[in-house]
Design a protein around this ligand. Structure first.
Ligand SMILES: *Cc1c(COP(=O)(O)O)cnc(C)c1O
Length: 397
């Protein structure tokens, strides 16, 4: 079998899947490589990115936040202004176009908070595909508006009652469906995770963020940023923005994981940050860093933001960390909530709680930098979906 794309990122990545799925992964890789070299496919993708998603998303200079922090100049890449409110639509639409190209009619997707489910249901409605979204019953209860959105968009939402009834269990069920119906069904994976070629495909569809941001920085600031900061759940928005700068050696790349109630509390999703529980393992088809107990069982995770609440991180990030091209840190729930409020007050932007973790790192980092230095932060999504959580967490106003 010819290898079309690298299967691994150093020692990470690979294809740890049942034999029955190998033909589907090989077909997907072939189709992706041929689509990427097909001007008609790229033209259709670019056209939908502009006319449907609303790209390019703007770059906003955060003047008042920069002044308040008193150090580096801060620029925001506004993925919150993309259709459906986050970067996830870039990947969902790209994969949905591949599904049409493969002649398949049905997609299955997993979702935690519901953002990827909404993006998948949206892409399916636009392109006339059948869409089934697996979602843990615990998540269904706490993310009701997104469940309703998916249904309005014509998707079927299937509750998952196994395990902890959250994201990892939803992924298990989506994979189970895919194995059973692989002939006519595509698994539309939502982050830079899973078996090859998913991490590469997702990065490529999200790389539009980094390409646009690099060009916009050169236009608006007249220079590249010194530092690029993004939050890291599975790692798709981060790898998308990093990819625009990874070859610029002068640009520092920082990923921010969910520190939850603090690393020491054990209640977090800092896959790189917990020296005790973070070890290399295999999960959902890929080898990467996974939070696990002494027996190798997947550890329970916690974050105030559902989109960062997952026990594993994308394999390319594991490599970037090993070779020190990118650095990873974490922000606690409390730090993210306070960053959320600061961005609301200083810039008139309500960020997603996931993105607020990146803003929390900006709050720590900008004051240590000079005023002629520049930080670019990827604002991965908007906070409308998080209002109930925030009101509960920060109490009466
Ligand atoms: C899903 C989500 C994330 C986390 O996913 P990544 O794949 O790490 O980008 C971050 N921000 C928002 C707004 C999300 O919806």
């Amino acid at each position: 079998m010819t290898t079309l794309l690298p299967h691994k990122f150093g020692p990470y990545g690979g294809q740890f899947v049942p034999e029955t799925l190998m033909p589907a992964l090989i077909e997907l890789e072939r189709e992706f490589v041929s689509a990427r070299n097909d001007p008609a496919f790229n033209a259709e993708f670019d056209k939908l990115m502009a006319s449907f998603v609303g790209r390019p998303t703007p770059l906003t200079y955060a003047k008042r936040l920069s002044e308040k922090l008193g150090g580096a100049q801060i620029y925001l890449k506004r993925e919150d202004l993309a259709h459906t409110g986050a970067h996830k639509i870039n990947n969902a639409l790209g994969q949905a176009l591949l599904v049409k190209r493969m002649g398949k009619k049905r997609i299955v997707a997993e979702t935690g908070a519901g953002q990827h489910g909404v993006a998948s249901a949206t892409a399916a409605a636009l392109l006339g595909l059948e869409c089934v979204v697996y979602m843990g019953s615990v998540d269904i209860a706490r993310q009701e508006p997104n469940v309703f959105r998916m249904k309005l968009l014509g998707a079927e939402v299937r509750p998952v009652e196994s395990g902890t009834k959250t994201l990892k269990d939803a992924i298990n069920e989506a994979i189970r469906d895919w194995v059973t119906n692989v002939r006519d069904t595509h698994y539309l994976l939502g982050s830079a995770l899973g078996p090859h070629p998913y991490p590469t495909i997702v990065r490529e569809f999200q790389s539009v963020i980094g390409r646009e941001a690099r060009e916009q920085m050169l236009m608006d600031a007249g220079r590249l940023p010194d530092t690029v900061i993004a939050c890291v759940g599975g790692g798709s928005n981060a790898i998308g923005v990093f990819s625009g700068f990874v070859n610029d050696e002068s640009v520092e790349l920082i990923g921010v994981e969910a520190g939850g109630s603090g690393i020491a509390s054990g209640k977090h999703a800092a896959r790189f940050g917990d020296a005790e529980k973070a070890r290399v393992g295999v999960i959902h088809g890929t080898r990467t860093y996974v939070l696990q107990d002494e027996d190798g069982q997947i550890a329970e995770t916690h974050s105030v933001s559902a989109g960062l609440d997952y026990a594993a991180v994308g394999p390319e990030h594991a490599m970037l960390r090993d070779n020190e091209r990118a650095f990873y840190t974490s922000a606690t729930d409390e730090e993210a909530l306070s960053a959320f409020q600061m961005l609301c007050h200083t810039e008139g932007i309500i960020p997603a709680l996931e993105s607020s973790h990146a803003v929390a790192e900006v709050i720590k980092k900008a004051p240590t930098m000079r005023k002629d230095q520049v930080i670019l932060v990827n604002l991965s999504g908007r906070g409308d979906k998080d209002l109930n959580t925030v009101i509960k967490e920060i109490g009466n106003w």
